[in-house]
Write a protein that binds this ligand. Structure first.
Ligand SMILES: [Zn+2]
Length: 369
């Protein structure tokens, strides 16, 4: 018997004694929040997954844990080239159409050529015709791509404009990973969470490359884009690279009504909660239509599917405990906090409904949930 049915039974038994009200209230309170037991039964959506393999154990796990997911193709200079990532993505989409969606991307090869935008739009149309629902733009814009003069091409570069106009006209959602966490521009000993990554990847550690665009320049270029295309269905990956400040993030969400962000910087959200749980919880309640759950998991070929599935399952479950319950959570190196225990209605939005709205080919539906 579940707690809920026990309480209902209890309230029935108590009717003759005139104490139904308090039992009824308990049932109502139970119904406002999910528990750890609800994890599997609630439909969920992870909007930030990278599948780099034809193996299907991740998709099996997603099915078992009641997750749909968005498989995002990236134009990265390392690992599997984007065309290979996309082959796997469409192969999986064909085999598991009810389980997933695909976000395609585009190459910046030949960016200086006059017909680059036209060719790129043609490629995008082909990927969209194969079932892609969204487009990803990655940090290579702003951190890697340079024009003929050797200048960095930023997100608000007019040469990218035809791509954005195409997306707006066709209501295609855009995922922007622009810039990096603010840690990337700080010395290692001033970083919050990224010491080990940048310690072993000095080439991406912008503190060591002052000739590259600043953190503020990336954020400004992204803001300029949102200013110029108010109808763009935009999701800023990794809390829009504003992971360090809920106030800065709130300012953008207020200013750009069609901006959403994915939550794939959960350690930062836990740190905000540790510092001020009430403020963080209020942020989630206020912006409940603008936040989409995502984890940025890379799914590579693996030799031990059972172990691999367990590690992803455990990490999804830990996130659920943080968002849906007030469980004690250990944030290593910082301390202990209580989960946010967001109401069911808010959990349903950030864990599924907002993603479905955003990915549907309809005009922006923010605030119509
Ligand atoms: Zn990613």
């Amino acid at each position: 018997m579940t707690i809920k049915s026990a309480l209902i039974l209890l309230s029935i038994l108590l009717v003759p004694f005139g104490v139904i009200n308090s039992a009824e209230n308990t049932v109502l309170i139970q119904e406002q929040y999910y528990t750890v037991e609800d994890f599997k039964s609630v439909k969920k959506f992870d909007t930030h997954i990278h599948i780099n393999t034809d193996q299907t154990s991740f998709i099996e796990l997603a099915n078992e844990d009641n997750f749909k997911f968005l498989d995002i193709v990236d134009d990265r200079p390392f690992g599997l080239p984007w065309t290979e990532q996309q082959k796997f993505a469409f192969q999986h989409l064909n085999n598991f159409p009810a389980q997933m969606e695909v976000a395609t991307t585009f190459s910046v090869k030949g960016f200086d050529k006059k017909d680059w935008a036209e060719k790129t739009i043609r490629d995008l149309k082909l990927s969209l015709s194969k079932g892609a629902k969204a487009v990803k733009i990655w940090k290579n814009i702003g951190m890697e791509l340079r024009d003929e003069q050797g200048k960095f091409v930023m997100l608000d570069d007019p040469r990218l404009a035809p791509i954005f106009s195409f997306l707006v006209q066709n209501r295609i959602p855009l995922i922007g990973h622009n810039g990096e966490p603010r840690d990337c521009w700080l010395p290692l000993d001033k970083m919050t969470f990224s010491q080990s990554y940048y310690g072993s990847h000095p080439e991406y550690h912008m503190f060591l490359h002052p000739e590259f665009p600043s953190y503020e320049a990336h954020i400004q270029a992204r803001d300029n884009l949102l200013e110029k295309y108010p109808d763009l269905k935009f999701v800023g990956a990794h809390l829009g690279s504003l992971e360090w400040s809920l106030d800065e993030l709130a300012r953008r969400l207020d200013k750009y009504p069609n901006m959403r962000v994915d939550l794939s910087r959960i350690s930062n959200l836990q740190l905000h909660t540790l510092n001020d749980r009430q403020k963080t919880r209020n942020f989630f309640i206020k912006y409940q239509d603008r936040l989409v759950y995502g984890t940025d998991k890379a799914i590579n070929a693996n030799t031990n599917p059972a172990e691999f599935k367990k590690s992803i399952h455990d990490s999804w479950l830990r996130d659920w405990l943080f968002f849906a319950t007030d469980s004690r959570i250990q944030l290593i190196g910082f301390g202990e906090l209580n989960g946010l225990k967001l109401p069911r209605t808010v959990i349903d939005k950030i864990y599924r409904k907002n993603a479905e709205n955003w990915l549907s080919n309809t005009p922006n539906e923010i605030n119509k949930n």
